[in-house]
Design a binder for this molecule. Structure first.
Ligand code: NCD
Ligand code: ZN
Length: 346
């Protein structure tokens, strides 16, 4: 598609989004709702969303925070802990409250300290999910402190995933926000039952970007950005049209003060610029014709949900995006904000 000036695709969905709660939820939701029809809502609130009633209440708060006229649909998830009850998981799934469960290895990332310490402890939960066809969404990083931070995903893929898939042959698994060749290749090799989300930032930055001219706290997220060869492999995975790769922004807003500090937390706020960034990547890769598969079709197909009826148009060029947004008395810095994005919406 040489020199395409605009492209219209079915309305996309975000299969991995942190909307937070309270004032932050109200500030960030309009940006996600402006781009996506549905979102898989991450449950790592404080306290985490571990029960169906907590998920239903959180869903109601999200629905109430939608801008006037928005039809954005939150798809809720269950935060797994060592003591998750299989009956509760099934009840929430059967009742239409949550569509998937999220596995955070304990301590792997922001608000993951209530996560699972040993997969053996949730065997009955995974068996139940396998039986009822409920996908498991995984933050795929080992928490072994001996393992180098840049190797944590590859080590998880090598050590944890093969026995997990073997023990639960019917379990559908999404490896979230993949950042390595190893993860992408593993997902491909198990594509009949596995998929992966890929973020905009991991398609645009590598680990050198984190230190470009000085330390860049707003580019720090988990899994951390890897070497350039991994970024290039992720671009091939996202833009290649393979059914097992789809859009998940991992937009993860934090107040600027929590990132611009001696011990800054992980997460990039990419909600406002996500589709513009993805489209830039597909354009650069000469693959605009594959954008709809990645953004709008592969995700619903994996989850067994209908493709959205509406459409969304992206145009080449120049919309100035805010550098940051205000939340209460604080600010949240926008990934690729403050300048013109190469593509704009509408
Ligand atoms: C996420 C967050 O802030 O909730 N942070 C991140 O770096 N991606 C948690 C997560 O998805 O790992
Ligand atoms: Zn996330």
């Amino acid at each position: 598609m040489p020199n395409t000036e605009h492209i219209t695709i079915r309305q996309p969905d975000d299969w991995h989004v942190h909307l937070r709660d309270g004032a932050m939820l109200r500030a960030v939701l309009p940006w996600t709702a402006a781009q996506f029809a549905r979102g898989i809502i991450m449950p790592n609130l404080t306290p985490p969303v571990t029960t169906a009633s907590a998920a239903a209440a959180y869903r109601d708060r999200i629905l109430a925070a939608r801008p006037e006229g928005s039809t954005f649909q939150p798809l809720m998830t269950c935060y797994l802990t060592d003591s998750t009850d299989p009956d509760e998981v099934e009840r929430g799934h059967a009742g239409g409250i949550w569509v998937a469960a999220k596995l955070y290895p304990a301590g792997a990332t922001t608000n993951a300290h209530h996560g699972v310490t040993d997969l053996a402890r949730i065997r009955a939960v995974l068996e139940r999910m396998e039986r009822i066809g409920m996908p498991l969404l995984i933050h795929g990083e080992t928490t072994d402190p001996e393992v180098d931070i840049f190797d944590r995903e590859a080590v998880f893929v090598e050590r944890i995933l093969p026995p997990l898939l073997k023990a639960h042959p019917g379990l559908k698994v999404v490896l979230e926000h993949v950042t390595t060749i190893e993860a992408a290749d593993f997902v491909r090799a198990h594509a009949s039952r596995m998929a992966a989300t890929i973020t905009p930032h991991h398609l645009l930055i590598n680990r050198t970007s984190l230190f470009q001219g000085g330390i860049r706290p707003h580019l720090y997220c988990l899994p951390i950005a890897k070497r350039e060869r991994h970024r290039l492999a992720l671009r091939k995975a996202a833009t290649g049209g393979e059914a097992c790769f789809f859009l998940g922004t991992d937009t993860a807003p934090h107040p600027a003060g929590a990132k611009e500090t001696a011990c800054g937390c992980a997460g990039c706020f990419v909600g406002p610029t996500a589709l513009q960034c993805y489209t830039q990547v597909f354009d650069e890769e000469g693959a605009l014709d594959k954008l709809e598969l990645f953004a709008s079709r592969n995700g619903p197909n994996f989850y067994g949900l209908p493709i959205n009826e509406g459409t969304l148009t992206l145009r080449r060029g120049n919309t100035r995006m805010p550098e940051e947004i205000a939340v209460g008395g604080d600010r949240v810095v926008v990934f690729r904000g403050g300048g013109e994005t190469a593509w704009s919406i509408g």
